[in-house]
Ligand binder design. Structure first.
Ligand SMILES: [Zn+2]
Length: 212
């Protein structure tokens, strides 16, 4: 049975999810946003899991700052993200960090992704299920949602907070379209695992989305 463990990233309170199967020991990590990934690694070690994938919902620092520490600990980990996300994570964003870090020269870079998601039709076999993707530009151009066995990891596209469009390349029309697509594809009972905040049912989010 596939389970999910949520971690709230530091310094920025985004969510990292370790998705795992206690029987097969397989694991993957979505949006590691804590620089050293200490709690995630401790969890993986304690449960004796074998992580093989890191998947990013999008390119923002609070969702990928921990990629390097995880890859250092588990060198065979493969990084998965959308094509555009791959282009963007390879550049570092100094300005963003100056808000959180005294060292304004601090930069970090991430190596190229190992598996690029190019369209909604792409899928990756993992632990007996097909991980499926939906491209959901809006919060940022490179955003996508990840479906693992009916659990939907939505990044910053769907969150129990007011809609947030990135200043650089966010787009309201795209966001409306992306959210409409998700609402068409997925039943209301689908559990959403958002990039920030607590998991909730898609139907619950639809009912409340204008009131956040
Ligand atoms: Zn974001």
């Amino acid at each position: 049975m596939i389970k999910v463990q949520k971690f709230v990233n530091q310094l920025m309170s985004s969510n990292c999810f370790v998705v795992y199967d206690e029987e097969t020991k397989k694991a993957l990590v979505i949006d590691p946003g804590s620089e050293k990934s200490e709690r995630e690694i401790a969890f993986i070690e304690e449960k004796q899991l074998i992580p093989d994938l890191i998947i990013l919902t999008h390119e923002h620092t609070d969702h990928n700052w921990g990629v390097n520490s995880l890859k250092e600990k588990y060198p065979t980990l493969k990084l998965v993200c959308s094509e555009l996300c791959d282009k963007l994570v390879k550049k570092s964003n100094r300005i963003f960090f100056s808000f959180y870090n005294d060292d304004s020269d601090y930069i970090y870079t991430i190596d190229a992704a190992d598996i690029l998601i190019k369209s909604d039709n792409d899928s990756i076999p993992w632990n007996g299920v097909d991980i499926q993707f939906t491209m959901t530009p809006g919060h940022s151009k490179a955003s996508m949602c990840i479906d693992i066995d009916g659990m939907l990891f939505t990044g910053d596209t769907i969150m129990p907070f007011p809609r947030y469009l990135n200043r650089k390349d966010g787009n309201e029309e795209d966001w409306e379209k992306s959210v409409g697509l998700i609402e068409t594809i997925y039943p209301k009972e689908t559990i959403i695992y958002p990039g920030h905040g607590d998991p909730l049912k898609l139907g619950e989010w639809i009912e409340n989305k204008n009131q956040y």
